[in-house]
Design a protein around this ligand. Structure first.
Ligand SMILES: [Zn+2]
Length: 321
């Protein structure tokens, strides 16, 4: 059994908030509060809950969000939160009266986690939040996402905390088009490296035509499993990460590439998420003083999601893998 203590010895932060359980987008919507409920339940039943530092996510400010979103978009979301019922933002994404706070907590979690890890209070962090973020573009919500949580965190690390290079990793089954839209621009190139694999062709049908030079995109066919995912990491992500030498690794951790998740068509299992997490931690240990901030994105089979988060966070926390 390979047991490795988390780098820094300060343990793993688990950043979450009860507001994230109150955001819901209507009956039958796959991005439902029960997802976060299942994650928390698996954290507790596995005993992992007692081995992480459970911390409340603060609200992100409008200024925090405006580092990556256009000002008019942030203002629109703040102004249009409904007092009752729903406001539909796009065909897949809606707000209820709790959604604005949930979305601000989700983005605030990443900022808080960056602070925790940079201050050395936690070796690394996982943000158990919703709504997810990686489809949200500078100017609009999309695909269940309101604010781009991982991009808000990455921009905070660079602009507010003075880091020079951060890597954003995305292993959700869907391409993180919003994150690519934000960081593929000349303003961020050289400061952000984004590496991802995703099912293709598949929603949102992006990521394959002329990606920006700081994007390491590996499209994978439906049916691809752990071997293909690990090969993408080994052959594409790791060489790029080694030469980029990030000072922090941020992870868009979606678990909808799991074989039990029927929203996607890939076939990863818990052991693949452990392996990927370990590989990223090794890069972080070499270049970034072990600093990893991971944020929940997709994952719609409640059991597979709960088990996969436990596998991921156990690895971050230095448990047996
Ligand atoms: Zn997804």
């Amino acid at each position: 059994m390979d047991v490795r203590p988390a780098a820094g010895g300060a343990g793993t932060a688990y950043v979450t908030h009860a507001d994230c359980l109150k955001h819901e987008m209507g009956a039958g919507h796959p991005e439902c509060p029960q997802r976060l409920g299942a994650v928390n339940e698996h954290m507790r039943s596995s005993g992992l809950w007692d081995r992480v530092r459970v911390l409340d996510a603060p609200l992100a400010s409008a200024d925090d969000l405006k580092r990556v979103h256009r000002s008019a978009y942030v203002d629109l979301i703040f102004e249009h939160a409904p007092a009752e019922g729903y406001v539909q933002l796009d065909p897949d994404t809606a707000m209820n009266p709790h959604s604005l706070d949930a979305a601000r907590r989700a983005a605030g979690a990443g900022i808080f986690a960056v602070d925790e890890v940079l201050a050395g209070r936690s070796a690394n962090a996982f943000c158990a939040v919703r709504p997810c973020g990686h489809h949200a573009t500078p100017t609009r919500s999309m695909g269940f996402c309101i604010f781009n949580n991982i991009a808000v965190a990455a921009a905070y690390a660079l602009e507010a905390k003075g880091l020079e290079r951060v890597a954003v990793i995305d292993f959700d089954v869907h391409h993180g088009n919003g994150t690519e839209d934000m960081f593929g621009t000349p303003e961020w190139q050289g400061r952000v490296l984004m590496a991802s694999f995703f099912q293709h062709p598949f929603y949102p049908y992006s990521g394959t035509s002329n990606p920006a030079p700081n994007m390491v995109n590996v499209p994978l066919a439906a049916g691809s499993g752990g071997a293909a995912a690990r090969k993408a990491v080994q052959d594409s992500w790791l060489p790029a990460l080694e030469s980029f030498a990030p000072q922090m690794i941020l992870i868009s951790a979606g678990f909808d590439a799991h074989r039990e998740d029927l929203l996607g068509g890939m076939k990863l299992v818990e052991a693949d998420y452990q392996w990927i997490t370990r590989a990223l931690m090794d890069v972080a240990d070499t270049h970034a003083e072990g600093r990893v901030v991971s944020m929940l994105e997709g994952g719609y089979h409640l059991g597979a999601l709960g088990r996969s988060v436990v596998a991921h966070v156990e690895t971050l926390a230095g448990a047996a893998a």
